[in-house]
Design a protein around this ligand. Structure first.
Ligand code: NDP
Length: 281
């Protein structure tokens, strides 16, 4: 039951109405017996900055932030964790009673958690990793992979200058490459992560020679609609282990839930099944 004491958190982005996050968080809240609710906030015509300023002081405990506001979320915050600063973006904003806005980034944790669950034999320190894309998601992934011990991270992007900017920000283990030279990165990678917003795979926006990756190279796609994307289908056809973006979404949601509601989500709820049902898969 919603009461006068109900704790409120939510998610914002544009578009926001099809977000799966409310399904995950509300299932966890119900199972944990917490008097809380998690909803979608559409910034509408007044925009993201006004929405954030309206929440200062704690009317809402915190929000997740998704496309296209993650970089702006970091800029608007008064304080940021190292994870958010290194990623150059925030997917969590917290609104303590002090009126300050705190930024965090749990996407990197979500990415690593997805690998732990779906490719448990892989570890970041085993060799080079290729990240496709150089937007906010890619930069967060590179920061998390370096922290987890990756000896080298190739950043392969259509606009190579953006990959070079990530290398300047995150150090000499990051190697930028233009997209047409992707094969130079793929052939020695232990994992390939799609962090572009283009469709990848046969008939998609990117057509990559995935067959040049070594046997056992783990292929991950952050995009999760559908959960098994054409890129992951292609990888599976080549016998490569795959990791999907839905597991990453769940992986970033769990530490967000803890930040909003003060405890780790209960393990007994199968939120992956609920998310798949909600999307008809
Ligand atoms: P950005 O808009 O910041 O970056 C998009 C990237 O995709 C850029 O590197 C861009 O290249 C590249 N790109 C777009 N279209 C093409 C194309 N046709 N050919 C080649 N490259 C292209 O997006 P984000 O980094 O925020 O997000 C990227 C993806 O990751 C999205 O699909 C998002 O939904 C997903 N994501 C999933 C999460 C999860 O939990 N599963 C979490 C975060 C993100 P260029 O620089 O040349 O323009």
């Amino acid at each position: 039951m919603i009461t006068g004491k109900t704790a409120v958190a939510g998610v914002t982005g544009n578009p926001i109405h099809h977000s799966l996050s409310p399904i995950l968080h509300n299932a966890w809240l119900a199972a944990a017996g917490i008097d809380g609710v998690y909803v979608g906030f559409d910034p509408g015509a007044y925009g993201f900055e006004r929405l954030v300023n309206g929440f200062r002081g704690g009317a809402v405990r915190g929000i997740n932030v998704t496309l296209p506001f993650k970089e702006e979320a970091l800029r608007l915050a008064d304080e940021a964790t190292e994870a958010a600063r290194r990623a150059g973006a925030a997917n969590v904003l917290l609104f303590p009673p002090t009126g300050r806005v705190l930024a965090d980034n749990t996407d990197g944790l979500g990415l690593l958690r997805a690998f732990e669950v779906q490719a448990p034999n892989w570890s970041a320190d085993r060799g080079p990793v290729t990240v496709l894309g150089a937007g906010g998601a890619a930069r967060g992934a590179v920061a998390a992979l370096l922290l987890a011990g990756a000896p080298q991270v190739w950043v392969v992007n259509r606009t190579v200058q953006k990959a070079e900017a990530i290398a300047r920000a995150l150090g000499p283990k990051v190697k930028p490459l233009p997209l047409p030279h992707a094969v130079g990165a793929l052939r020695d990678s232990t994992a390939v992560i799609n962090a572009t917003s283009a469709g990848v795979g046969p008939g998609g926006g990117l057509d990559l020679p995935l067959e040049t990756t070594p046997d056992g190279c783990v292929v991950m796609d952050m995009f999760y609609k559908p959960v098994v994307t054409p890129f992951l289908e292609q990888a599976r056809g080549l016998g490569r282990p795959i990791v999907d973006g839905l597991e990453m979404l769940i992986g970033q949601a769990a530490p967000s839930f803890e930040a909003f509601f003060g405890r780790w989500p209960p393990a007994e709820v199968d939120v992956r099944k609920l998310a798949l049902e909600a999307t008809g898969q």
